[in-house]
Design a protein. Sequence first.
Lengths: 191, 316, 430
Amino acid sequence: MDSAFTDSAFSGPARSVVLDAGDIGRAIRRIAHEIVERNKGAADLILLGIPTRGVFLASRIAASIEQIDGEVVAVGALDVTLYRDDLRLRPTRALEPSAIPDSGVDDKVVVLIDDVLFSGRTIRAALDALNDIGRPRAVQLAALVDRGHRELPIRADFVGKNLPTALAEQVRVRLIEFDDRDEVSIEGGSN
Amino acid sequence: MRHLLSAGDLDVDSACLILDTAAQLASVTDRSVKKLPTLRGRTVVNLFFEDSTRTRISFEIAAKRLSADVINFVAKSSSVSKGESLKDTALTLEAMGADAVVIRHSSSGAPHRLATAGWIQGSVVNAGDGTHEHPTQALLDAFTLRHHLRDGTGDLAGLRVAIVGDILHSRVARSNVLLLRTLGAHATVVAPPTLLPYGVNEWPCSVSYDLDEVLPNVDAVMMLRVQTERMQAAYFPSVNEYSRRYGLDIRRMGLLPPHAIILHPGPMNRGMEISADVADSTRAVMAEQVANGVSIRMAVLYLLLGGMSEDDRKGL
Amino acid sequence: MTSESTVIRGVCPYGEEPVDFVIAGGVIAEIVKAGTGAGRVIDGSDLIALPGFVDVHTHLREPGHEDAETVETGSRAAALGGFTAVFAMANTSPVADTAGVVEQVWHLGQETGLVDVIPVGAVTVGLGGEHLAELGAMATSVAQVRMFSDDGKCVHDAAIMRRALEYVKAFDGVIAQHAQEPRLTVDAQMNEGALSGQLGLTGWPSVAEESIVARDVLLAEHVNSRLHVCHVSTAGSVDVIRWAKSRGIKVTAEVTPHHLLLTEDLVASYDPVYKVNPPLRTRADIAALRAALADGTIDAIATDHAPHPHEDKDCEWAAAAFGMLGLQTSFSIAVLTMIDSGLLDWRALADRMSVRPARIGHAVGHGHDLVVGVPANICVVDPAASWVVEPLTFVSKSRNSPYSGMTLPGKVVHVFKAGKATVVDGGLAW
């Protein structure tokens, strides 16, 4: 991390925890409830997480829906790298696995799940990717955090927490499956 | 990764990255929409100074599935036959704005030269140079081996592979020996001594003159095309003798362990290095090799062109 | 002395005690105590005087390939390299296989006048290896050819080689053989070894050279004639030549600067500037060649200066021409490989770069020890200087130097040919 700079001019980036493990758990349960409510049950639902952390969130939401509704929800992963519009702005990215449930997406309700909703470009790429895979009956969007600053006309259907941020700030989501703990924090932006 | 010139340039991480990327991209082949927008606006030139329809088509499909613009520059139908040099051709392509040049050339090292002589800025992919290398063939072979003999992930540690035939003139053999070593597999090259290069003992593989002795101890056997014109240069006495001693027929296939598979880079000389019934057997995976070739070449093109290019970087 | 005399003041002959060389009438008129010679003074302090170098193996390309080099540009490069005589190989276009062509080359050399250009005659008509060229006519021409070679091609037919060796005895000629068995080197691109196998470049096996050298020394013994082996490149050839000399066979041999320094590893770059025939070999070969040059088994350093136009090197390996420039770097490579390594002292270096090569090819007036009365062919060098090789600054028409960018020791400062300064302070006198 940037903490290599201990000089006072570079005093460590400001960092504040906005969701702890308990908050994240509650947010996931609420999203699960809302999904079931909106779709009047969990039949024909497919949760597609966007790698990396969206995939873990999708699994957690699916488990939560199963508790609520008793129904097993199909879960998958949808890597959108090949559809991104910013590929040429960075070195080549490694691809993440995509896993579409065997049933396919045709005539299903697909809920895309991402950790942070920001510019909306990732979701735009996800919609394009989905379009090449099949024709869902409907596509909905769930995000653990919506930090604003949309650059495209995209809106989340289910949001864990709305988090007003400055552009210079960074929202970091940590999940125990991948990181050392469950936590959402805001970092940097003090200048 | 800037160029792909030699399988020897790949370390285990970059080789596995290519294989893993190919595995992700392979699913595109199974979809109804077999196209990705990833390389839209990029130009890939297939620069083929040597006839190889199958390799050219494989690269062409790979590039098109990634939405790149593809230009085929084939020596026979171009000014190369009028004596235009590699350099002048390269300068022409550079002026036309090629982002990547996929080159097949009869002269060993021509891709290396194209990448380092300062004639062009774009990426260079070696699609087979003389008797030097054919790295994407080795990658698709590794991909095929990994799919059949491993669980489709990771390296090839402990795998034993026999490579049989005209090792001396084979770019496929060179690339495979290097890549198999990198991936932790053990290769044995099998050929009459005349078709083994001088100094082969220093290669990272075993050497044998006796196919029957090798076959029971391998997980896969890779048969190489043997050109009958080699006979005229006294590399072996006759097709019959070659076939008897080094051809893979039904009897020899029986020597292989039950799980072992048979590969061939194509095109095959049925009746020469491989008998027709072996080529058509269920253990032969040539059709998969061809399909995997597209995925591997998509992966290579994506990894070379899917990010910031030299031009993009300069623009920053 | 008269006002026409020149004094090289305080120069160290062969790196020994400083003296003044007084040059007059085209000869070394006096060698006197430093500071006492009279005449126009050229400062030689901290410099070493050696007999002017003689190159028994140069390609000047004229007539026919003037885009690569001419007798004039090659002469300029030779002079700057410390040479006072060069032997111009016969593989021109037309081939130097008649008195007419060798006389033309000789005249062009005389016109330029910076070095004595001594034509080498072809052994066979058109270098075709089948019919003997008119060796006698070339020998009695104004060029007085004594060395004959099909260099670039091997006189591979044993019967033709035997006849050529026999025939030149009539005028004390010598056959300089490019030892390369053609059937073993079809399409050969580089030294045959593990690396050629790895790079997929057709190998040029040592045995293709050694088998011809062995055959030829036996032929030379059988007909009691003189054989010179061009550009020896392998340890095995050294062994054969050493054996032949021990038997009293009249064989001499040369080695190129690049075969004393560069190894085949450079080929891995596929940069054709390293493409040369015979090919760059291994470290072990280099060690054997240096040792053989040191003990006299190999008689001479010869450049095999082979200029090529840019387009013949700015291409893929297989399409590129064989050959490297050598005239302007030969002395420095000799210092680097033989002096700095302690294998030769200055007197011995003079022997290998001047005395013996002059003797091999009958270069009249050249290769004399620096004593009073001999023609003043003198090369004055700065052993302490070093320089960076920048081929764009070469006076040769071509740029194909494998040493580009290298820092080399030793510099040619002044050169006198028959008493006349051709190089002064590192630059051409005219």
